[in-house]
Design a protein. Structure first.
Length: 426
């Protein structure tokens, strides 16, 4: 069976959790391919809300096996906390249903300490990280000094590796950043216990996924963050430390490209961003406040208020280009109800020139002013619509224009947070 990749087409927070949860109903395996607990996927099931950070969104379906892929960086403490919270709510998170790649890198307390210290040292030039240790963990991975999850198979040897690493990182924490040293013995003992609990979940997940595909099972590849935060293709340096684009899905899960036949890009009907960095369509007015309050635009992981603005079709076309998106899932269309007129940025004005492309230089992007196209809004409540034809004409025209500008169809349209509040289009 083919694999489906769910990709964030903006700066993250697009609603991938809901879309993944919905597609998981027809999947056998759901696999996260990158990032760590800096992600926050919210899934609403009836009156229950689940906020997931590491565990794939498919965990709420008893038949689905969930995989944390080798491209992830995983904090064992937070993973176990999340597993315990899910178990307390009746969700099966046993080794039968939840696998952790032995190639995934681990986030340790010194990564978190270094992340916070580095952000503070940047002052007004801070990147706006979640301070979860993601960047330092990926830096260790690139420097070939990281600790991988597979080492937890031998808890005693793992504990010694952790102890030695804490000693080394204490030199950096104390001498460069003037921080208090961490306790090597306490951390080693704590993480040995985590290893004892997690080692039964460890697996060669690349082999597991390929075998599942050979057996005809449906695989759903779940992304975190978004295209514009990609380390290579995003608004560098205001990016994450991993690859949320489609190439990251293949690398992070250990799959060949022949398995991917559907690449679904998730985009809000407007634009949001968390943290620093240029944002051409950002709004600092009542409309921006409307998007925040009606759209509940506060980070699942950090609780920070998100920056909001009109939809940026230039950036969306770029996401289609970089990922080879075959279709879009358009989320939070209902949030635009009551706004009139609506705007979409169709180009940028920069240094006296009109650009229809997304620049690689973040300094150039910061100088860009959006060129807007206006469309009429609607007043009707659309949260109960279940077919495209039930939407007001203005809402249908807005969706159609997005499809024209992006160059791909919107096959899923979300009109509310719950599973059933989704329009499916062939």
């Amino acid at each position: 069976m083919p694999a489906i990749a769910v990709i964030g087409a903006q700066w993250g927070d697009e609603g991938k959790g809901k879309i993944t949860d919905m597609l998981a109903a027809e999947s056998d395996v759901v696999a996260r391919y990158g990032g760590g607990d800096n992600a926050g996927h919210t899934v609403v099931v009836g009156n229950d809300t689940f906020k997931l950070h590491l565990v794939p969104s498919g965990i709420l379906y008893p038949r689905v096996v969930c995989v944390l892929g080798g491209g992830m960086v995983v904090n064992p403490r937070r993973l176990l906390q999340e597993m315990d919270e899910l178990a307390a709510r009746g969700v099966d998170v046993s080794a039968r249903r939840l696998l952790l790649s032995n190639r995934a890198h681990l986030i340790l307390p010194y990564h978190i300490a270094l992340d916070g210290a580095a952000e503070r040292s940047r002052g007004q030039s801070a990147l706006g990280t979640t301070k979860r240790g993601i960047g330092p963990a990926y830096a260790d991975k690139a420097a070939r000094s990281g600790i991988r999850a597979g080492e937890m198979l031998d808890p005693a040897a793992f504990a010694e590796r952790v102890r030695a690493a804490v000693l080394t990182k204490n030199e950096l924490l104390t001498r460069v950043y003037g921080q208090e040293p961490l306790s090597p013995e306490e951390i080693a003992a704590e993480y040995r216990e985590y290893a004892l609990r997690l080692r039964s979940h460890l697996a060669d997940t690349s082999a597991f996924l390929v075998e599942a595909l050979r057996e005809g099972k449906q695989l759903l590849c779940e992304g975190a963050q978004g295209t514009l935060l990609d380390l290579d293709h995003g608004t560098y340096p205001y990016v994450t430390s991993s690859y949320p684009t489609v190439g990251g899905a293949l690398i992070g899960l250990g799959l060949g490209p022949q398995h991917l036949t559907r690449i679904l890009g998730v985009t809000k009907a407007y634009q949001t961003r968390v943290g620093a960095g240029p944002f051409p369509t950002e709004l600092h007015d009542d409309t921006g406040d409307h998007l925040v309050e009606v759209g509940h635009e506060y980070g699942t992981t950090t609780g920070r208020r998100r920056r909001t603005g009109w939809l940026d079709a230039v950036a969306l076309r770029y996401a289609v280009q970089v990922n080879g998106l075959s279709e879009l899932a358009l989320t939070k269309l209902d949030v635009l109800t009551g706004l009139n007129p609506l705007r979409i940025a169709v180009a940028y004005m920069c240094d006296g020139e009109t650009w229809d492309h997304f620049p690689a230089d973040v300094r150039a992007l910061a100088r860009c002013q959006p060129v807007y196209e206006e469309l009429p809004g609607w007043e009707e409540d659309i949260s109960g619509a279940r077919t495209f034809e039930e939407l007001p004409q203005e809402a249908r025209d807005y969706v159609t224009r997005i499809e024209e500008l992006a160059g791909v169809p919107a096959t899923l349209i979300s009109v509310g947070p719950e599973r059933e509040q989704t329009i499916h289009r062939p």
